[in-house]
Write a protein that binds this ligand. Structure first.
Ligand code: BEZ
Length: 230
């Protein structure tokens, strides 16, 4: 990787068509692209995670400082995620040897075990399937992407962060809590929701539902804006 980051406030000169070979982009609500990959825990396929939630995330490169802070943060939330039935799976365009050396270095320098597998995507196969390479930023590194995939293999959420900005892992736990609350109770969650807060009752779509809604005992500010506790 290059050892500096170009930061510019000028309009980008590259268009999508000029940015190199097309890669696909997953879509929310669609099946996550299937893969089989070499990881630090052996060969793994997307199918191996069926029945669990999966947080698949990419980082730009091993042995880089922001990525190291992120790995420490992902390791810290791994137990909380496990309690929620969520597995972590990292990825970068590095070799298995590089991943192993970096994980050992993190243990040596920071005293932290990295408990999750990391895909060694040297041929960019998984990165291309998931649109993790943003050629405007780097053609050789994956950006900081997060894909939340549910137990039946549907893409439920995607987060894309640039090379220079480390992710907020509290937000990833909050996102999982929100998605699992939505699935369990058939509700939506408002801005900045956290577990214990009231949730949004989906708005009615017929006049009859409006009448029923207003009599249902929810906390309604208006017919389309009702909250309840779960
Ligand atoms: C980092 O992890 O420190 C980093 C990686 C790529 C670009 C900029 C920073």
């Amino acid at each position: 990787m290059s050892n500096h980051v170009e930061i510019t406030t000028e309009a980008p000169s590259r268009t999508l068509a000029e940015s190199g070979p097309a890669s696909s982009l997953p879509r929310l609500g669609m099946a996550a692209p299937a893969f089989e990959a070499v990881t630090t825990h052996g060969k793994l396929r997307l199918e191996d995670f069926r029945g669990n939630w999966l947080v698949l995330f990419s980082h730009p490169a091993d042995f880089t400082p922001v990525c190291t802070t992120e790995f420490l943060a992902f390791a810290a939330i791994a137990p909380e995620l496990r309690e929620r039935g969520v597995e972590l799976l990292g990825l970068s365009i590095d070799s298995p040897t590089s991943h192993i050396a970096w994980v050992r270095n993190i243990k040596e320098k920071f005293g932290i075990d990295i408990p999750f597998p990391i895909i060694a995507d040297s041929n960019k196969e998984v990165a291309s399937l998931y649109g993790m390479i943003m050629p405007g930023e780097s053609k050789t590194e994956t950006s900081r992407c997060v894909f939340v995939i549910d137990p039946v293999g549907t893409v439920r959420a995607m987060i894309y962060y640039p090379l220079t900005t480390g992710r907020n892992t509290d937000e990833i736990v909050r996102l999982i809590d929100a998605l699992q609350t939505t699935d369990k109770h058939g509700v939506a969650t408002p801005a900045n929701w956290k577990p214990g807060d009231k949730v949004i009752v989906p708005p009615p779509s017929t006049m009859e539902e409006v009448e029923a809604r207003l009599k249902a005992g929810f906390e309604c500010t208006d017919w389309y804006f009702c909250k309840k506790s779960v």
